[in-house]
Ligand binder design. Structure first.
Ligand SMILES: [Zn+2]
Length: 69
């Protein structure tokens, strides 16, 4: 069962062979093998990547530091 990395909602809809949509926070998830990408759908329909927020190296380090402290 997939879980949204942004809002932890399990209300994920499949919109393509490797694409999912979170109905909790309205972001698009793309799964490519082990790699997951997150996109925000703008009002004009374009996608802007949110990968830096979730999967960037710096944010991952910050996240682990938060967990350790
Ligand atoms: Zn979500």
């Amino acid at each position: 069962m997939m879980k949204c990395p942004n809002c932890s909602s399990k209300d994920i809809g499949k919109i393509g062979s490797h694409q999912y949509y979170c109905w909790g926070c309205f972001i698009e998830l793309t799964v490519n093998g082990d790699k997951m990408s997150v996109y925000q759908v703008e009002e004009d329909g374009t996608l802007s990547s949110l990968d830096d927020l979730f999967f960037g190296d710096e944010s991952m380090q910050d996240f682990s530091q938060i967990h350790l402290s």
